[in-house]
Write a protein that binds this ligand. Structure first.
Ligand code: SF4
Length: 402
């Protein structure tokens, strides 16, 4: 099939296969790809509402044994820069989030061998007993796999225990590209294979949780593999219907072992538009302004995105790799309205919560993203010592007090 035939098929609401997606991505002008994606966005969201959520990206630990070569965030076990947040520190972040109108933490972290399943269960219980209606969107599939291996419990049981403690939904992080050739080259095959990532999501959906799906592109994958990733997500969505949204962003190379360059803005918009076309069973696509900046984030609304993601308050992972864009609620709404849409607050389930909160009450401006911890704060989490240490570095730290 040629580009025009495939474009007509998409315009008529047809589903395209991997070969057709590759032909379209390789041959269609950006304006055509954008128009096809925008038409799908308009069919799915004819009311011209663009949503966003107020929440906070909290990374509970940066200590990680996975050592993905694209990651600038992690610190090895025993590093002087390694941290685990204490429960009180997390409560303070929740208080600040609530003050800004937020109702959820996006809680993710490194694969820390000294945090057993009980640490997560105790943290979730403590949060829910103090903030009963606050939501925990927590633990990407590789973290769940890591906890399952540490605790020697199967993934479904780990998910059930976490749900019992207060887990509300699972973020789609750690997917990178769901093709094992790519995962081996990125040194992230060990943390979770493509099948393991999809397996966690399948179990989560079967247990009644909604989750998101992501794609980090622009490292070592071919276009075929980028498309294979989308098709694998589409197949699981056909099976379970549990994904609420898809988010894609480009690899951020600064301070990483892998190095290399960053994909361009046009590549981002084309990839986003293609995802909108291929993922015909996903209701929502987010614009990744945190990696692409506000201006490309705004252009995403013309290429298939119907959601501006998060007023995220705090961000540590992308910043470590060199990107440090910040938009508070006022700035996100300005970009949405300037693009001709109505901005509405939502929750993780994409239920509309209302109009922008700053139009209802005074909220502080947030012109810089917060960080996990202030520079120089090397305090130890008081809770970690309640659980048996597994790593030699943690055992030594407990003996010496450092
Ligand atoms: S991407 Fe996640 S799992 Fe990989 S090294 Fe970084 S923190 Fe660890």
């Amino acid at each position: 099939m040629n580009v025009n035939t495939i474009a007509n098929k998409v315009a008529a609401g047809g589903r395209i296969d991997a070969a057709e997606a590759l032909t379209l991505y390789s041959g269609a002008p950006t304006a055509l790809l954008g128009r096809l994606a925008d038409d799908i966005r308009a069919r799915k969201h004819p009311e011209r509402v663009v949503t966003y959520i107020i929440d906070r990206n909290v990374n509970y630990t940066n200590i990680c044994v996975a050592r993905c070569n694209f990651c600038a965030f992690y610190r090895p076990v025993g590093s002087g820069d390694g941290y685990v947040l204490g429960f009180e520190e997390i409560f303070r972040k929740i208080d600040e989030t609530i003050a800004l109108g937020g109702g959820q933490l996006l809680l993710q972290g490194g694969h820390n061998p000294d945090l057993p399943l009980e640490w997560y269960v105790d943290l979730f219980r403590a949060v829910k007993s103090r903030y009963p209606v606050f939501r925990l969107h927590a633990l990407s599939p590789p973290e769940v796999v890591h906890i399952s291996r540490l605790s020697r419990l199967p993934v479904p049981e780990v998910i059930d225990r976490l749900i019992g403690a207060g887990l509300d939904s699972i973020p789609g992080g750690g997917a990178e590209i769901l093709v094992d050739r790519v995962r081996r080259l990125l040194n992230c095959y060990g943390k979770a294979t493509a099948e393991e990532w999809l397996g966690v999501m399948r179990h989560a959906h079967q247990a009644g949780l909604r989750t998101t799906a992501t794609m980090m592109y622009g490292t070592v994958e071919t276009l075929d593999e980028r498309i294979e990733h989308m098709i694998r997500l589409r197949e699981l969505q056909d099976e379970t219907g549990g994904f609420t949204a898809f988010i894609t962003w480009s690899y951020q190379p600064e301070h990483t072992e892998l190095g290399g360059g960053e994909a361009t803005g046009v590549d981002y918009l084309r990839t986003l538009a293609l995802a909108r076309i291929v993922l015909d069973n996903f209701d929502n696509l987010q614009a990744s302004w945190v990696t692409q900046g506000g201006k490309v984030g705004q252009l995403s609304l013309a290429c298939g995105a119907n959601d501006m993601g998060s007023v995220m308050i705090e961000e540590n992972v992308v910043r470590a790799a060199g990107a440090s864009y910040c938009m508070d609620e006022i700035e996100i709404v300005r970009n949405v309205e300037n693009a001709g849409f109505t901005a509405k607050r939502r929750n993780m389930h994409y239920e509309i919560l209302g109009d922008p909160i700053f139009r209802e009450r005074a909220v502080p401006r947030m012109l810089h993203l917060a960080v996990a911890r202030a520079d120089g704060d090397t305090s130890r989490s008081p809770e970690v010592g309640r659980y048996a240490a597994r790593s030699a570095a943690e055992k030594k730290a407990r003996l010496t007090g450092h």
